[in-house]
Design a binder for this molecule. Structure first.
Ligand SMILES: Cc1cc2nc3c(=O)[nH]c(=O)nc-3n(C[C@H](O)[C@H](O)[C@H](O)COP(=O)(O)OP(=O)(O)OC[C@H]3O[C@@H](n4cnc5c(N)ncnc54)[C@H](O)[C@@H]3O)c2cc1C
Length: 239
């Protein structure tokens, strides 16, 4: 198996990043480019912690995956799904503007990372596509001949994040409302969709809600993947 020569370093200290660009991906999802004074290259799949501090000292901290390739030197992209009563995601969407500072620390995690393995199948539900996009973007730039397929489950066409960047390497399924004239897969991820990706061996990365991850992992096991070939990340409620 080919390996990328990406080394891992200890995560940095808290630092104040500057938001340089904000893109509206879907009605409830925005991407934030954050320039970091103490930037270091991450491994695709890693996340940063974000910390908000209120004037009275109250703090809220959440994790957000890096969506960008580590080749984007000096900055990271975070993509945030706005939850209706979400403390931190609503702050990102409703308060944070270009030029503002935001406190972050990272990159974290050593298990849910792509190190150049091929073939690879990525399975994402909703905003679970974010760390997978970092893998896909990086693979296209550094190992374009590697086999990497993305299976992406969304509710409807308006929920597709990074729509302009998804090509032949991506299979979408619409669980609620497919776009008009859609002839592809609809409904929840199933064995037929896994088979259609055409990656019967290699490494699988699954990211999404708890239920989504459980379902996708079960389907991969049934398709012949061994547990050690499957890496999972769950964006569950923080409680
Ligand atoms: C390793 C890791 C990486 C992550 N990467 C991303 C990312 O790239 N993009 C992204 O948008 N989120 C990501 N998350 C989720 C993120 O950390 C927060 O949990 C999420 O933004 C909600 O925080 P909040 O403060 O807005 O909501 P909270 O104030 O914590 O919660 C508001 C309400 O929503 C519920 N809730 C909380 N989290 C979720 C959730 N994930 N799904 C459904 N309901 C929830 C809570 O139970 C509560 O009822 C990641 C989580 C982890 C652990």
């Amino acid at each position: 198996m080919e390996r990328l020569t990406l080394s891992q370093r200890a995560p940095g200290r808290w630092q104040l990043g500057t938001v340089t660009a904000i893109a509206q991906e879907t009605p409830r999802v925005k991407s934030f480019r954050v320039r970091l004074p103490m930037w270091m290259p991450h491994l695709p799949g890693q996340h940063y912690d974000v910390r908000l501090t209120a004037p009275d000292g109250y703090r809220a901290q959440r994790s957000y995956s890096v969506a960008s390739s580590p080749l984007d030197e000096g900055e990271i992209e975070l993509t945030v799904d706005r939850l209706d009563d979400g403390e931190v995601s609503a702050y990102f969407h409703d308060v944070l503007m270009e030029g503002d500072e935001v406190e972050v620390r990272g990159p974290f995690a050593s298990y849910f990372v792509w190190r150049g393995e091929s073939p690879t199948v990525l399975i994402g539900g909703g905003s679970g596509v974010v760390p997978l996009m970092a893998m896909l973007r990086h693979q296209r730039r550094v190992m374009p001949d590697a086999i990497m397929r993305l299976i992406y489950s969304v509710r409807s066409a308006s929920d597709v994040i990074y729509a302009d960047e998804l090509g032949d390497d991506t299979l979408i399924t619409y669980t609620r409302e497919p776009p008009e004239g859609w002839t592809g897969h609809t409904g929840r991820i199933d064995a037929a969709l896994i088979a259609a990706a055409g990656v019967a061996s290699g490494i699988a990365f699954i990211c999404g809600s708890n239920a989504f991850v459980e379902t996708a992992a079960g389907l991969l096991l049934a398709a012949g993947f061994a547990p050690q070939q499957i890496r999972t990340e769950r964006f569950g409620p923080t409680g």
